[in-house]
Structure formats: structure tokens, C-alpha cells
Design a protein around this ligand. Sequence first.
Ligand SMILES: Nc1nc2c(c(=O)[nH]1)N[C@H]1C(S)=C(S)[C@@H](COP(=O)(O)O)O[C@H]1N2
Ligand SMILES: [Mo]
Length: 258
Amino acid sequence: MTFSITRRRLLIGSVAGFGAIGLTGCDAVTQNTNVENVLEMAERLTMGGQRLLVPRDKLAREFSEADISPTFKPNGSTAPDSEDYARMTASGFADWRLKIDGLVERPVELSLADLKRLPSRTQITRHDCVEGWSAIGKWIGTPLGPLLQGVRLKPGARYAVFHCADELEPRLDGSGTYCESIDLIDAFHPQTILAYAMNGKDLEVAHGAPLRLRVERHLGYKHAKYLMRIEIKDSLAGLWGGKGGFWEDRGYEWYAGI
Ligand SMILES: Nc1nc2c(c(=O)[nH]1)N[C@H]1C(S)=C(S)[C@@H](COP(=O)(O)O)O[C@H]1N2
Ligand SMILES: [Mo]
């Protein structure tokens, strides 16, 4: 149908756009204002296009066990380089806690056992990295939406910001710490889960132990690993470079829908 052809073209066009202006994925990004302008413009077009053509609650495709990739490449940080994290790994993450705070009535700190007691969702999905590789994996986690309902969002809440344990680019001021953000529409998407298991085992350190975000309608870099804190905010302005995430501050688009 004309409709789906147009939509495909728009989506393919948006991914091809990355290649055309020379972004090679999660490595170095040229800090070039032209590139940033183009990305910002492309982002407005893609997000506008997706809002119009793809309903925001549309599910990402789910696969069967037989489709699970034999290898799933770990990417970006593969082990946070801090004493705190090493200590938490050694104790099997018994003293790790996920904080949920910001614009919420009831801030919480949840242990891994707490999270595993909550309702869970299992999904076999394809992960697409802007570097040009994809892999299918099976994830188990707890849906984010009900958790956010539980902490009661305050008026003005618009974004969920994910703070991670790793510094992908060590910086004295902490600005190299990995973080990501999504809006509340995507936070409440049924496939948006906080995953603690991958391919039938507890999440490995390389893939983000003890907890990572799966946000299946988005590119790989949105899937924050090594989660420590979810902060509910009304704006992304105060977060490091103000673009909503580690890679966004380095020129990548914020919405990154697929
Ligand atoms: N905390 C954190 N999360 C991260 C990254 C990272 O470096 N640190 N890399 C991102 C990128 S670019 C990708 S493609 C995926 C890789 O997930 P994987 O290591 O399970 O393959 O994690 C994303 N989440
Ligand atoms: Mo990626």
C-alpha cells in the first residue's frame, strides 16, 4: 500500500541519513555544527513523521526462540570501571539499589529481588545499533509504566532520565557518565521494560548487569545499561549538555525511533 511504502521510505531514509553524513555509530562523532544542525532537522522530521505515520503504541516485532542470535555483541561500556561497581558485582548485586526519584510523590529504592518480584514481561526482539549491526535476544524484565504509576508522577513530569554506573568517557566533572532519556509516552509503551535477564540467564556484566533498559522501538544507544537511577524530569535542559543523553550531547538524535 502507498501508506506503508511512504512510511518505509521515511524510516529507511532516516537511517540512511546517518551514513550519508558520516556518522560511524558509537565511536567518535565529529563535533561539527553542520552535522548537528542536519541531525536536529532530521530529528524533527523523523519524529514528526513517526508521530503521524506510526502510532506511538505500536509494538516492535517479536521473534521466536529459534530466531535468537547465537552471538550478541556487547557494545559501548562492557564493564563500569569503578570500585563501587566492582564491589556490587562481587556481592552478586545484593547491595545494588535502583533509585526512582525526581518529580514523583513517592521516591523508592528497589533491590534486584524487589524488581524480580514485580510482574514480568518476556520479549524476543531485534536490537539495532547505529554502527550497523543487529542481533536478536530474549529479554525478561519488569514493565516501566506500572512502576512509574506506583511512584505517582507529579504534575509537570515529562521525561524519564536513566543514570548509569559507567563513565564511557572519563571526565572530571562527571559529564562522561552514560545517561539516556525517553518521554513518558515511550516510558509507558508495553515493551519498555527494565530487563534483568537475557537469553535465559541473569544479565551479564557486558550486557548491563544488573539492570538495563529495553525500549524496543528505538536504536541501540537508547537501551541504557548499568542502571542506577531513574529521574523523572520536566525538561532535559539541566542534564549535562542538555540534549538528553550521552550520545545526544555528542551529536546523535534524541528520539532515535526505528
Ligand atoms: N550504560 C551504557 N549503556 C549503553 C551503552 C554504554 O556504553 N553504556 N552503549 C549503548 C549502545 S551504543 C548499544 S548498541 C547497546 C549495546 O548493548 P549490548 O552491550 O548489550 O550489546 O547498549 C547501549 N547502552
Ligand atoms: Mo549502539
